[in-house]
Design a protein around this ligand. Structure first.
Ligand code: ADP
Ligand code: MG
Length: 701
C-alpha cells in the first residue's frame, strides 16, 4: 500500500489535474491512498427498480434513495426569483410523480426530453397526496444498468458537486485505480492478527467497501476497516504507555511526614469519603513505585477532588518537593488558592497564587521563593508554565478540569524539571469506559464514585418564559431563607455582541425583578480585577444573586448557593449543563436548578434537557451525550487527542471493536514489544506513517 501514498491522483483515469486540485483542497485527497481510504458513508441499492405506484408506501422524509424508470410527460417552470423551479411530470404507467429542480433549470431543459425513457435515482417525498422527487440523478437506461447493484454514497462538498464531481466520478476513479493494479494491496495489519480474528484482507476490504456485491460481505469489510483504525490507535497508545512505564524514572516519595499528618489531624474539617481515601492510596502507590505517575482522576462535580489534590501535594512537600496546581481560569485558580491557603493556614504551609494579573512585585517574591525552595505549593493559571517560572524542585503537578487545558500547555510543564514530575489530572467530565480507553489510554485512571455524605440531588425542572414570575417567586423564597442564586446566560464567541447585550439586559431585568437585593455581575470580557471583585461579593455572601456567563462553569464553590437558573438552556451542551448544575447542591441544603427555555425547541434539544431533569449522575449524562452527539462533539480535545482522524470507526458506537482491538494490541506487544519481528515489519511501517505525531506527547498524558 505504501507506493500508493506517493501516487498522485491526477494520474488516475477520470481525474486529471483540475479535479485533483479540487479534491485536494476540498477533501484533502491527494494520493491514491487517500482516495481508497475515502470510504462511502452509506449505500443505495440500484439493483432494484420501483414502480411509481409502490412509492406511495415509502415516500416521506425517511425514505431511502431509490430508482424508478419511466418518461417525462411535460415540463413547467413555476414561481419566480429564488422560488423559481422546474417541475417535470413523470410516469411509468402505474402512477405519476413530480420531479422538481431548483437549480440548473436551463441545463436540465436542454438535456432531458419529453417522451424518452429515463432511469431516475433519488429520494421520494410526499407533498399532500403528490409524490415528488427533487434533483434526482437522471440516466438513460443503458448507463444505469452498467452501474447496477449497491452504490456507495461518498462524503462530498457542495463545491465538488457544483463542479460535477459526484459519487459516480469518485466511484469511477476507484474502479480505474483498482483495475490498473496487477497486484493486490499489501496487508497493513500483522498477519497474526488477521489470522486470529479471521479478518478480511485489506485488498478485499477496500474493494468491497467501494464496490460491494453482497451486504454481508460489505459488513465484514467495514468491520475490518474499523478494526484497523482502532487497532492502530490502541497499539500506538499501549506502546507509548509501556515505554513510559519501563523507561521513565519518577521521583521517589516514600515519606508521609509532618505536613500531611498535621493537616490530616488538625485541619481536615470532615472525614474523607471512601473514594477519596482510595484515590489517595493509589497516588501513594504510584509515587513510591519509582516510576513517573500519570494519573487521571475522574470524579463527578462536587465529589471532592480538590482535597485529594491537596493531600497528594502534601505528600510531595513532605518529601522535599514543590508542587503546583494549574486551573483553566483565573477565577478557578483564585478559588483554589483561597480554599487551599485557608485550609492550610493553621499549619503554616507556604502557598502562593500566580495568574496573568499578578503584580510584578508579587511575581518577584514568588520567583525568589520558588528558587530558594521555600514556596511549597504554587497555584495558578497557565501563567505557571511560562518560561520564566523556575522551580527549585518541582515534583508534583495537578491539572484541574483538564479538558480546558491544551495538550501543548501540558507539554511545556514537562520542561520544568529534569526528571518529569508526577502528574495528576483531574476531570469532572466523566467519559464512558470505551472512550476513556482510547482517549486516555496511557493514563492510569482513578474514579471518585462517591459524593460526600448528606448531598441531596439537585431538583431540576424545565420552565418557559411565560412562567418567569413563578420562577422569580422561587428565587425570592430562597433568598428570604438566606441562600444565594446563580443566573447564567449563554455567551458564545460567534454571537458575542448580541449575547453580551442580552446578558446586560438580563442583568438589568434581574435588578428590576428583585429590588433591594444586591446582585453581582460577572462575564469573561471584564477586567480581571473587576471580575474578582464581583466574585468576591458573591462568595462572601454580600451579593445574593450572581448574574454570569459560563465563566463560572467549572470549579466555583459557594456552598450557600442553592439555586441555579440557566437562561436559554437549549443553547448549552449536556456536559456544560451538568457542570453548571454542579455549582449548586454543594452544601447540606436542598438545591434547585431551573432550565429556562423557549417553547419551540427541537426533538434532540428537548431530549437533552429531559436527561438533565431525569438524572444527576454525570456518567449517565456523559453516556447520553455521546449517544446524542457522537464522541467527536463531546470535547474537541478528545478527538484531537487521537493520533489521526477516524474515517470509519466511531468511538461511541464501536465499543466492542475497541475492546477487541485493545486485546489484540496487548497480545501483539507482548510477543513483539518494539515491533521488530520481520512478519510485523509492514504493519510497523504503515503504523509509523499513519500515526505521524508531530510532537512526542507520550510523556504528558
Ligand atoms: P470537585 O470534585 O467538584 O472539585 P470540590 O473539591 O470543590 O469538588 O468539593 C466540593 C465540596 O465538597 C467542597 O465544599 C468541599 O469542601 C466538600 N467536601 C470535599 N470532600 C468532602 C468530604 N469528604 N466530606 C464533606 N465535604 C467534602
Ligand atoms: Mg473542582
Amino acid at each position: 500500500m505504501l507506493s500508493l501514498r506517493n501516487y498522485d491522483i491526477k494520474y488516475i483515469k477520470g481525474i486529471g489535474p483540475g479535479r485533483a486540485e479540487l479534491l485536494a483542497s476540498e477533501l484533502g485527497i491527494r494520493s491514491a491512498y487517500d482516495l481508497l481510504r475515502h470510504y462511502p458513508t452509506a449505500y443505495v441499492d440500484r439493483s432494484k427498480t420501483y414502480t411509481l405506484r409502490s412509492l406511495a408506501d415509502v415516500a416521506g422524509d425517511n425514505a431511502p434513495q431509490l430508482q424508478v424508470k419511466g418518461r417525462f410527460v411535460s415540463f413547467n417552470v413555476l414561481g419566480e426569483g429564488v422560488r423559481m423551479r422546474l417541475v417535470g411530470l413523470f410516469t411509468d404507467g402505474t402512477a405519476t410523480m413530480e420531479v422538481v429542480w431548483f437549480k440548473n433549470i436551463k441545463g436540465i431543459r436542454k438535456s432531458v426530453t419529453v417522451g424518452q425513457t429515463y432511469v431516475l435515482f433519488g429520494k421520494p417525498t410526499r407533498f399532500m397526496s403528490t409524490i415528488q422527487m427533487a434533483h434526482p440523478e437522471v440516466d438513460v437506461p443503458e448507463a444505469a444498468t452498467a452501474s447496477a447493484g449497491l452504490h456507495g454514497v461518498y462524503p462530498l462538498t457542495e463545491k465538488l458537486r457544483q463542479r460535477g464531481i459526484n459519487a459516480r466520478v469518485l466511484y469511477g476513479a476507484v474502479v480505474a485505480l483498482l483495475d490498473s493494479r496487477r497486484t493486490p494491496l499489501a496487508e497493513t495489519l500483522p498477519p497474526s492478527v488477521v489470522q486470529n480474528l479471521g479478518l478480511m484482507s485489506l485488498d478485499e476490504a477496500i474493494r468491497t467497501i467501494h464496490l460491494p456485491d453482497d451486504p454481508r460481505k460489505l459488513d465484514r469489510a467495514r468491520q475490518r476497516l474499523k478494526f484497523e483504525e482502532l487497532f492502530y490507535i490502541q497499539v500506538d497508545i499501549l506502546r507509548r504507555s509501556r515505554l513510559r512505564k519501563n523507561e521513565i524514572q519518577g521521583y521517589y516519595m516514600p515519606r508521609v511526614g509532618r505536613w500531611f499528618n498535621d493537616f490530616y489531624s488538625r485541619c481536615l474539617p470532615f472525614e474523607l469519603t471512601g473514594a477519596q481515601k482510595r484515590v489517595i492510596k493509589e497516588v501513594r502507590a504510584d509515587i513510591t513505585g519509582g516510576r513517573q505517575m500519570n494519573r487521571l482522576v475522574q470524579g463527578d462535580v462536587g465529589s471532592g477532588k480538590t482535597l485529594v489534590a491537596l493531600l497528594s501535594m502534601l505528600l510531595a512537600v513532605d518529601n522535599g518537593y514543590q508542587a503546583c496546581l494549574m486551573a483553566p481560569t483565573e477565577i478557578l485558580a483564585t478559588q483554589h488558592y483561597e480554599t487551599i491557603s485557608g485550609m492550610t493556614a493553621a499549619i503554616g504551609l507556604n502557598v502562593k497564587l500566580l495568574t496573568g494579573s499578578t503584580r510584578t512585585a508579587a511575581r518577584r517574591q514568588i520567583a525568589s521563593e520558588l528558587e530558594d525552595g521555600s514556596l511549597h505549593i504554587l497555584i495558578g493559571t497557565h501563567a505557571v508554565i511560562e518560561d520564566n517560572v523556575q522551580f527549585a524542585q518541582l515534583g508534583f503537578v495537578v491539572i484541574d478540569e483538564q479538558h480546558r487545558f491544551g495538550v501543548a500547555q501540558r507539554a511545556r510543564l514537562w520542561g520544568k524539571s529534569a526528571v518529569p514530575p508526577h502528574v495528576l489530572v483531574m476531570t469532572a467530565t466523566p467519559i464512558p469506559r470505551t472512550l476513556a480507553m482510547t482517549v486516555y489510554g496511557d493514563l492510569d485512571v482513578s474514579v471518585i464514585d462517591e459524593l460526600p455524605p448528606g448531598r441531596k440531588p439537585v431538583a431540576t425542572v424545565m420552565r418557559y418564559e411565560n412562567q418567569r414570575e413563578s420562577v422569580n417567586r422561587g428565587i425570592r423564597a430562597q433568598i428570604a431563607a438566606g441562600h444565594q442564586v446563580y443566573i447564567v446566560h449563554p455567551l458564545i464567541e460567534e454571537n458575542e455582541k448580541l449575547d453580551l447585550r442580552s446578558l446586560e439586559e438580563g442583568y438589568e431585568a434581574t435588578c428590576q425583578a428583585f429590588p433591594g437585593v444586591p446582585v453581582a455581575f460577572v462575564h469573561g470580557k471584564m477586567k480581571a480585577a473587576e471580575k474578582d471583585a464581583q466574585m468576591q461579593r458573591f462568595a462572601s455572601g454580600e451579593a445574593k444573586i450572581l448574574v454570569a456567563t459560563t465563566v463560572i462553569e467549572v470549579g466555583v464553590n459557594v456552598p450557600n448557593a442553592t439555586t441555579m437558573i440557566i437562561e436559554n438552556a437549549e443553547r448549552f451542551g449536556l456536559s456544560q449543563l451538568h457542570q453548571l448544575r454542579g455549582r449548586v447542591g454543594r452544601g447540606a441544603d436542598k438545591s434547585h436548578c431551573v432550565l429556562m427555555t423557549k417553547h419551540n425547541i427541537g426533538g434532540d434539544t428537548r431530549k437533552r434537557l429531559e436527561i438533565m431533569t431525569s438524572t444527576t449522575d454525570g456518567f449517565v449524562i456523559a453516556e447520553a451525550d455521546m449517544q446524542l452527539r457522537g464522541p467527536g462533539d463531546i470535547e474537541g480535545t478528545m478527538q484531537s487527542g487521537l493520533p489521526f482522524e477516524l474515517k470509519i470507526a466511531n468511538l461511541a458506537r464501536d465499543g466492542q471493536i475497541i475492546g477487541h482491538a485493545r486485546r489484540a494490541a496487548e497480545q501483539l506487544l507482548d510477543a513483539d514489544p518494539v515491533l521488530a519481528l520481520p512478519e510485523n515489519a509492514a504493519f510497523a511501517r504503515s503504523l509509523a506513517l499513519t500515526v505521524n505525531r508531530s510532537t512526542d506527547w507520550s510523556k504528558i498524558s
